[in-house]
Design a protein around this ligand. Structure first.
Ligand SMILES: Cc1cc2nc3c(=O)[nH]c(=O)nc-3n(C[C@H](O)[C@H](O)[C@H](O)COP(=O)(O)OP(=O)(O)OC[C@H]3O[C@@H](n4cnc5c(N)ncnc54)[C@H](O)[C@@H]3O)c2cc1C
Length: 460
């Protein structure tokens, strides 16, 4: 007889755990979690948390080597010891046994292995079958391998492998200029690798406002990172200890060869769906992931999906948010997802933080969009670190004055947009930001300085 549960959660990542906790706490549900690779999922083991541990080290190294002396600190050249940096990072990661102990302690059944759907209420793991009225698929995503000739034979690495390196590669080719590529690119450049970031699109951070992206690109290039956009990696081959990549510009101009000790893939994610038997059970998918509605329901009654596997927005807080909506919905409470005023951040130095719409998106959505901009170099706080590249750009509706988008490139940008997300959610206007008091000297004051410029743009 299959063991019965109120809820089976497939995957034990960020979304899964929040969903399971909510189901048990708010609805008294008996919950089983199934995990095939890592208890805790990506974020705490191989994504958000360890990468930010590396970024903190990279930023400190950079500050010691580039500004310490100018600030009057007498210190020699600092060098990264990757084996020690990795060991420190590993010490911050919760051991797998502890995850299982904590999950069991919270009252969840934990089942190790790969889950396959048998029908809308039955899941198989190895020889075992589990049954429940409700199933939440929270199986996440993995690194996409782009269609590049020879890529399977060169021994590429992704973020999981990069976090296991104990010797610094002399050079690193990063394929993909999104958040993962940029964060790893800058980290390894600051550790001492020669880094080139290649992207087929027109700009790095493709979803960001172009003005913000340009500032970030300038900051990265100034510290020696080569950024190559509008260019495909056409083929790769191994020659001795090196990987040789052929870079082909999209405009058909001359191709070039680039040699690197390591190739890091960061050009996208694919959903973990292959083993789930979705087609057989009738769960619809798109090219990007499992199709869900605003309640996180899939096309099959009794099955919900949340997190990266839905490809709505691949961030930890979204995985957690969606799981909570799904759980409320499955236990009969009113709940639907709303992604307005969503803050997102690329944790480079300077950080690129974004909230709401770009100017172009605002126009496409029919707003009478206007914008104001204040540059980081005019903010007092930036002078202490000689920070030159960065901005504060506010997008607003010229008619209603409502704030539609915030784009910040600055140290501390992640914390600044966090607060402004509340203001945007409450319907703040650009004039509300201009009138608000601010603390001095802060990086956040650039927002007010930008907002004050909007007064000159009142439409009558
Ligand atoms: C390098 C990197 C850095 C990132 N940094 C940030 C950041 O700073 N901030 C942020 O918000 N987001 C960040 N993200 C994104 C974030 O990690 C993901 O959005 C989040 O972890 C998704 O959670 P999830 O629960 O959907 O999936 P996951 O945490 O990936 O969990 C899914 C789990 O399901 C398991 N699984 C899959 N298939 C099966 C199966 N058939 N049976 C059983 N188990 C299965 C997997 O093994 C996995 O453990 C980063 C991502 C990367 C790659």
């Amino acid at each position: 007889m299959a063991e019965q549960f109120d809820l089976i959660v497939i995957g034990a990542g960020s979304g899964a755990r929040y969903g399971a906790q909510k189901a048990a706490r708010d609805y008294g549900a008996k919950v089983a979690l199934i995990e095939r690779t890592r208890w805790g999922g990506s974020c705490p083991n191989v994504a958000c948390k360890p990468t930010k541990a590396y970024l903190v080290v990279a930023d400190l190294l950079h500050d010691i080597n580039t500004i310490a002396e100018r600030l009057g600190i007498e210190v020699g050249h600092a060098r990264a010891n990757l084996a020690k940096i990795k060991a420190r990072k590993d010490s911050l990661i919760k051991p797998q046994e502890k995850w299982v102990e904590d999950l069991n302690g919270a009252g969840f059944a934990t089942v190790e292995g790969e889950a396959t759907l048998v029908d809308a209420h039955t899941v198989r793991v190895g020889d075992e079958e589990l049954q429940a009225d409700r199933i939440l698929i929270a199986t996440g995503s993995r690194t996409a391998v782009p269609p590049v000739d020879g890529i399977e034979d060169v021994g590429w690495i992704d973020h999981v492998d990069a976090l296991e390196l104990t010797e610094l590669p002399e050079s690193l080719l990063v394929l993909g200029g999104g958040a993962v590529g940029l964060e790893f690119g800058q980290t390894f450049a600051r550790f001492g690798s020669k880094v080139t970031i290649v992207d087929a699109l027109e700009q790095i951070a493709p979803r960001a406002d172009p003005a913000a992206t340009a500032e970030l690109a300038a900051a990265l290039e100034e510290e020696g990172i080569e950024i190559v956009t509008n260019t495909f990696v056409k083929s790769t081959r191994r020659e001795g200890g090196e990987i040789v990549a052929v870079l082909a510009p999209r405009d058909g101009s001359v191709e070039r060869e680039l040699r690197a000790a390591q190739l890091l893939l960061a050009s996208g994610r694919v959903p973990n769906v292959e083993e789930l038997n979705l087609e057989e059970v009738g769960v619809e998918t798109t090219k990007l992931g499992i199709a869900v509605d605003e309640h996180l329901r899939t096309s099959v009654e009794g099955i919900w999906a949340s997190g990266d596997v839905t490809a709505v927005a691949q961030f930890t807080p979204i995985a957690q948010y969606q799981a909570r909506i799904a759980v409320d919905d499955m236990f009969g409470a009113e709940a639907s997802a709303d992604y307005d005023a969503l803050p997102t951040v690329i944790f480079t130095d300077p950080e690129l933080a974004q909230l709401g719409l770009t100017e172009e998106e605002a126009r496409e959505q029919g707003f009478d969009a206007d914008s104001v901009r204040h540059d980081l170099k005019y903010v007092q706080r930036a002078s202490y670190t000689d920070s030159k590249h960065g901005l504060y750009k506010l997008v607003f509706d010229a008619r209603t004055r409502r704030l539609l988008g915030v784009h910040i490139v600055s140290r501390g940008a992640s914390d600044i947009v966090q607060g402004l997300a509340v203001a945007m959610k409450l319907g703040a206007t650009v004039d509300d930001l201009a009138r608000a008091h601010h603390a001095f000297p802060t990086f956040g004051e650039g927002v007010k300085a930008a907002a004050e410029q909007a007064a000159a743009k009142v439409k009558t």
